[in-house]
Design a protein around this ligand. Structure first.
Ligand code: NAI
Ligand code: MG
Length: 340
């Protein structure tokens, strides 16, 4: 999508825990670029539940629908609060954000760089929210539809073509989940046959998990169903600097939502020690989406330089606070690119 308007309407959902402090640093970073933003703030998460009796008020959904893009922090999802549904999972479904894209890139200087992208189906699978009690237990339904499989696999092929990537690996468990993942695989093979310019392979989820650790360089674009994608992408994040460095784009037909992958990390809340770089990389993804690839590149380069100089938070082995790490990135962008 190429939006590139003069004034960009961004709905900002800070959320809970470290969400607000991380997003505040992201807004600081956004303010240095010669762009005019119109920010619209919305309530989400446990704080909103306490305030409004609803973790995802209708007003927040409306603000997301009318935005050019949504910037989301993190939410706390209490485990045993009856009828509480994760508002970010709901929001992805309501806004039709069917593709979750997570680039995994190693910013540290390493002999072998990791550079892969996980494309995860974002609206169904085990996250359909359909669970029933059974005598002696409970059951969760894993919903896989032809429509959603086509959309996500076609998205992955288009993404690979647009970004000049060579290979798609479809990850599944069709040997056991014969109907659901069998369908996903069958559709994947049919779509791959129409794209002879891009290599295609399929592997089982367990093998994918192993190979991701042992030989991550063999992957380029991975496409998979919702829960496999959730787990694999956190695993990949672990190979590339941890959750403090992982960002995701949630793309739909009408809008995109961009987020650091980590949760609300309550133990770091209010201490000024959480890593803001995942949020900055989420903003870079948002800039790409808004047609601002040049500025997105500046953010990525500045984050890489800052990490290589050891100017980072403790999770990456540095000593900087959240705010000082932000200042480091802003200073690098200003000095490298003369952005004021
Ligand atoms: P978490 O991502 O909040 O934290 C897990 C660990 O990752 C932390 O202990 C910390 O060591 C590290 N970490 C996370 N963010 C970091 C950052 N910015 N800088 C440095 N280190 C960081 O996940 P956890 O502890 O499993 O969940 C906490 C809450 O967050 C729960 O209520 C959970 O439901 C929620 N959650 C929300 C998500 C979202 O909003 N998208 C995603 C994952 C969890
Ligand atoms: Mg996750």
């Amino acid at each position: 999508m190429k939006i590139n308007r003069k004034k960009l309407a961004i709905t900002v959902l800070k959320g809970d825990g470290i969400g607000p402090e991380i997003i505040d640093q992201g807004l600081r970073l956004m303010s240095i670029f010669p762009l005019t933003w119109h920010f619209n703030y919305g309530d989400i998460g446990l704080g909103s539940y306490k305030l409004n009796g609803n973790p995802l008020p209708a007003g927040t959904i409306k603000k997301c629908r009318t935005a050019d893009a949504v910037l989301f922090g993190a939410v706390t999802t209490p485990l045993f609060l009856k009828d509480y549904v994760s508002p970010i999972v709901r929001l992805r479904q309501i806004l039709g954000l069917y593709a979750n894209v997570r680039p995994c890139y190693s910013f540290e200087r390493k002999p072998k760089k990791i550079d892969l992208v996980i494309v995860r189906e974002n609206t169904e699978g085990l996250y359909s929210g359909i669970e029933h009690r059974l005598k002696g237990g409970a059951v969760a339904e894993r919903v896989i539809t032809v429509k959603a499989c086509r959309k996500i696999i076609e998205f992955a092929f288009k993404y690979a073509a647009d970004k000049g990537r060579q290979k798609i690996t479809l990850v599944h468990k069709a040997n056991i989940l014969r109907l659901t993942d069998g369908l996903f695989l069958k559709i994947g093979r049919a779509i791959a046959a129409k794209h002879p310019g891009i290599d295609f392979e399929d592997i089982l989820i367990d093998t994918a998990a192993l190979n991701l650790v042992r030989k991550p360089q063999t992957f380029d674009v991975m496409v998979t169903t919702n829960m496999f994608g959730d787990i694999l992408s956190d695993e990949a994040a672990g190979l590339t600097g941890g959750l403090g460095m992982a960002a995701a784009a949630n793309i739909g037909r009408n809008t995109g939502l961009f987020e650091p992958v980590h949760g609300s990390c309550p133990k770091y809340q209010g201490k000024n020690i959480a890593n803001p770089f995942a949020c900055f990389l989420a903003i870079a993804l948002m800039f790409d989406y808004l047609g601002l690839a040049k500025f997105a590149g500046m953010i990525r380069t500045a984050v890489a330089i800052s990490c290589q100089r050891g100017l980072c938070t403790h999770d990456l082995g540095g000593q900087l606070s959240t705010t000082a790490a932000t200042e480091s990135v802003i200073k690098i962008i200003r000095s490298e690119y003369a952005v004021n």
